[in-house]
Design a protein around this ligand. Sequence first.
Ligand code: ADP
Ligand code: MG
Length: 343
Amino acid sequence: MNICFLMYPWEEIDPENDTSLALIHECVKRNHGVALCTPANLTIRNSVTNAFCTVIGRMEKVPGSLKSFYKKAEIREEMLPLAGFDVIFMRANPPLDPIMLNFLDSVKDDVFIVNSLQGLREANNKLYTAAFGDSHDNIIPVTHVSKNKNYLVKQIKESKSDKMILKPLNGFGGSGVILIEKSAMSNIKSLLDFYISSSDESSNYVILQEYIEGADQGDVRILILNGEPIGAMRRIPGSDDHRSNVSAGGSVAKHTLTKQEKALCKQIGPKLVKDGLYFVGIDVIGGKLVEVNVMSPGGITYMNKVYKTKIQSKIIDFVESKVMDKLQAFNKRSRLRNEVENA
Ligand SMILES: Nc1ncnc2c1ncn2[C@@H]1O[C@H](COP(=O)(O)OP(=O)(O)O)[C@@H](O)[C@H]1O
Ligand SMILES: [Mg+2]
């Protein structure tokens, strides 16, 4: 099969820890055709959606380690029509580019897209957790999302707990996630001014959230494929930070899913599949869902290291089976059409 990764440029890949590279490597090892492009590479040529792609040359012997694969891979640039691929694997970093989705709308019926465009539209920011309809605060922490500073200040003042979390609606990698304390109220108005009065109109909502006790011990990243957990790890914050993101200095360790975490996955899995969110990474603290990462979930390479596994092979197995289903459905329809045509 031929697979196009819509992501960040090849040159920006971190060859040691990049989840997208692990997926690409697995595809090349299976002798699939692989190309990469970025949202900025999309181009409509004579009314057909194309992309300036970085094509990875087929290799006779594919190096086993990601680092030497990255070094030895031969790449070339080529303009290719997106509907000619069997799969588009969406791996661009947030924020979601709505124009990119408009380009892809024209190919969505021809190509299997992970995650689906509809799913990405629905779940591209932290509001998605609220869509699980958790009115009893069982699966998500108590959350407020608003641009109304007076409302937010009131919530902080009335909160029973001294600590709360403040974060931008569209952040990622831990950026802008701060721990606030009622005892330092004098800073809070200024912080809210800073978060809410940013120049980018669409992204200046803030999330004010219950601080989940135990977060200082780290959070749990669970990778979910087609509604089922396929890997988990604990991320432990560095000694001088409250955030567990590896990009913010956290470290990783093995984690076996607790009963509560398994129940959480069972509860959210069917909706993820229904929304076309086939491959996501969820962040869980104290059994509560903090975030569903749908755009470019990471963690495979760290999980592979601590567990000595190859999680990417399950993901590519799944993608292959989806392509096979599509092909079989197409062949069946052609057969039936022929039958009618020749009657
Ligand atoms: N409600 C919360 N309670 C305690 N810690 C939190 C909370 N929300 C976020 N954090 C900490 O900040 C990190 C980043 O927050 P998250 O909402 O996952 O945003 P990002 O998209 O930047 O990863 C979490 O992994 C966790 O360590
Ligand atoms: Mg996160």
